[in-house]
Design a protein. Structure first.
Length: 313
């Protein structure tokens, strides 16, 4: 007999049929008059995380919301403001979650501060919504309306508060009530203390007080979690044998040879990533006219990778 009960799956299952921790973000978009409008959201997650040429987030929003309407009007720049715990923040965030208020009504009593993001200085010709000063990090983004031809949804009009078909699968208006937006990340803005905690070594006590939301439940309350204390858990390294790494290395490119001392530096790379790492080394060798990779070349490659990582931050 199972130790579980079978729970019915209903609409909004993430908050009605499960316990599902989510970020608490305030989304800034551009209202019709060019002012910044801010709404509260939680269904906002990483979407493209590697290998796509750009990085993207996914936002799930009621398609009649101000946020969706601003994007669907063609004002495609948006900022995702990640909120920490703070005095009175729960109340102020929930106040931005009331459906149906116009941006002007909403922003009249906005409980946080707004400032320019970092994109606008680099590209003043592209209007951008302001960002929330109290956020611990902000992602300034652009809606990728080309994906799934979602640009065809720009300018569609709501009928009695809903959109009639057609609906898209994953970008644009996806149901009568909902929309999905794939948002290219143009910049990640980070408060200095937390920037240092990423760049100069991670310490649990220097983490932002991430405000975790468990959604709207009991038809009454939004439920927030207190920030948990962070504890690291070491991923046990499973070292491969030199001969197994040699097997993969010898099959990567016939014109680039790896010495044993070079391959020793790859013994703790998980097997599943080994072909990608080896291909990266071969690409570097070809670019630099190298036919044998020794431990010295491996150090150069690792150093280059570390520098590139630093540059993107
Ligand atoms: C903490 C919190 C999280 C929310 N998450 C979402 C969400 O992920 N998607 C959504 O459509 N509405 C969500 N809502 C409801 C929206 O805030 C509400 O629809 C609001 O009207 C949106 O603001 P806007 O119309 O200015 O875009 C959330 C509300 C709160 C308070």
């Amino acid at each position: 007999m199972s130790s579980f009960k079978d729970l019915r799956i209903v609409d909004n299952f993430y908050q009605t049929s499960s316990y599902y921790p989510m970020p608490t973000v305030m989304i800034s978009t551009l209202a019709e008059d060019g002012s910044t409008s801010v709404g509260s959201y939680s269904l906002c997650f990483p979407y493209y995380i590697a290998g796509k040429g750009y990085y993207a987030m996914l936002l799930e929003a009621r398609n009649s919301s101000n946020t969706a309407q601003h994007l669907l009007a063609g004002r495609k720049t948006i900022a995702i403001n990640f909120m920490p715990e703070g005095p009175g923040y729960h109340k102020k965030i929930v106040a931005q979650g009331w459906p149906g208020d116009t941006p002007a009504e909403k922003m009249k009593n906005f409980g946080f501060h707004l400032e320019d993001g970092l994109c606008i200085a680099e590209d003043p010709a592209t209007p951008r919504p302001k960002v929330v000063s109290e956020a611990y990090q902000v992602m300034e983004c652009t809606w990728m309306s080309d994906l799934e031809n979602a640009y065809e949804d720009i300018g569609r009009k709501l009928e009695d508060g809903c959109y009639p078909p057609p609906y898209r699968s994953f970008n644009g208006i996806t149901t009568q009530y909902g929309a999905h937006f794939i948002l290219r990340i143009d910049k990640v803005l980070m408060k200095p203390k937390f920037y240092d905690n990423i760049i100069n070594g991670v310490k649990g006590r220097l983490w932002p007080n991430v405000l975790v939301c468990h959604g709207y439940r009991d038809s009454k309350n939004f439920w927030f979690a207190r920030t948990p204390r962070l504890v690291p858990e070491l991923l046990p390294i499973r070292n491969a044998t030199l001969s197994s790494v040699r097997y993969a290395a010898d099959r990567t490119d016939p014109n680039v040879h790896f010495t044993d001392d070079a391959l020793e530096k790859l013994l703790n790379v998980p097997r599943i990533f080994l072909p990608t790492v080896l291909k990266g080394c071969v690409a570097w060798a070809k670019e630099n006219g190298v036919t044998e990779i020794t431990a010295r070349e491996m150090d150069i490659i690792n150093d280059k990778r570390a520098k590139e990582k630093g540059k993107t931050k």
